[in-house]
Design a protein around this ligand. Structure first.
Ligand code: NAP
Length: 313
């Protein structure tokens, strides 16, 4: 089968597209003929060797966590999925090999693909939208009327965050650069702060929840703009957040990190929001799998608007 692999950690140039053996499933697994994947920053962090402690030094390695495709084989012990189902989901990025024609998934990694999305669109959803949902709802306990700020609201996680928070009835302030202000408003943000003109922590506004996907300021600077029982949730924890989880036990304000997990119930809720027209993926570019190096180079700029899809023919 056609797949992306690499034989050493390094720049995008270490990525190769070639033939690998088609994987086999056991009785608890599902084999998906993938039609698309998507690029998430964690993919290039892994490729660079930044998570070596988790990914080890055994090569060749595959890459990628997001998949969208058709079920072609179902293990005997699996229920809820059948050959021919169109599915999407997220496999473990650390063992990841979703940039491939055939991908082995566990039933809990997958859900039926939203009917109103094609495979490229569907593949951009799982990791980024699950991160946003779990940060806002599971960690951040966002409810109707919550006042939430999303720092980094135009990228993969942030643009889903704005839409999910609005769908759940929150009041949303998004933070992005000038070129993305119009998009943030279009996605539903009630207010947008252009970080090239204003510093969010200089403002007098206070928030129930500060969701941070950029982590360009310390928790110490952000804490004063949280309401009394306000929460700070980040995808990129610094020392302040780690210390707060130990020393902040008696503080009414809480800081925590999100570590996205496969969760079929969460994916199903996201699917409903997509099918109800409340959430849609913004796709900056679609690359054929063969152009994976280019896709990584672009993702590494940190300037992607929405998501990048990898199309697998
Ligand atoms: N812990 C987890 O489970 C988890 C899960 C998912 C992602 N992550 C991490 O979270 C980060 C974000 O992921 P992503 O997929 O959303 O990345 P992305 O698609 O590259 O988006 C990054 C966003 O950050 C914005 N940005 C850059 N500098 C900014 C600043 N000073 N203030 C406000 N916004 C700024 C950019 O917007 P402009 O172009 O307008 O500047 C861009 O929209 C990555 O580091 C990723 O690895 C962690």
């Amino acid at each position: 089968m056609k797949a992306v692999f690499y034989n050493r950690y390094g720049s995008p140039d270490v990525l190769e597209v070639g033939e690998l053996e088609k994987p086999k499933i056991n009785e608890t697994e599902i084999l998906v003929r993938a039609h698309a994947s998507s690029v998430n920053p964690v993919d290039w962090k892994i490729r660079m060797g930044g998570l070596k402690i988790l990914t080890g030094n055994k090569f060749p390695k595959g890459l990628g966590g997001d998949i969208a495709g058709k079920v072609v084989e179902v293990g005997e012990g699996v229920t809820g999925f059948a050959v021919g189902n169109e599915v999407f989901g997220k496999i473990s990025g650390f063992k990841g090999n979703a940039y491939a024609e055939y991908v082995v998934a566990k039933p809990e990694d997958l859900a039926q693909k939203p009917e109103n999305l094609n495979f490229n669109e569907a593949a951009t959803i799982p990791l980024a939208a699950l991160t946003a949902y779990q940060a806002l709802v599971t960690r951040g306990e966002l409810t109707k009327g919550s006042k939430v700020l999303i720092n980094g609201c135009s990228g993969g996680v942030g643009h889903f965050g704005v839409q999910i928070a609005k769908a759940l009835g929150a009041n949303v302030t998004g933070v992005c650069s000038t070129k993305n202000v119009a998009l943030a408003k279009e996605l539903g943000a009630d207010k947008v702060i252009d970080y090239t003109k204003n510093n969010v922590t200089d403002k007098k506004e206070k928030y129930d929840l500060f969701f941070d996907v950029v982590a360009n300021q310390s928790y110490g600077k952000i804490k004063p703009i949280l309401k009394k029982k306000g929460k700070y949730v980040t995808t990129l924890p610094g020392v302040g957040v780690i210390l707060n989880s130990i020393t902040g036990l008696f503080s009414s304000k809480k800081a925590s990190m999100i570590n996205v997990k496969s969760n079929p119930q969460d994916l199903q809720l996201i699917t409903e929001m997509i099918e109800n027209g409340k959430v849609r993926p913004i796709i900056d570019k679609i690359y054929p799998l063969e152009d994976v190096r280019e896709a990584h180079r672009y993702s590494e700029t940190g300037r992607v608007v929405g998501k990048l899809a990898l199309s697998i023919k």
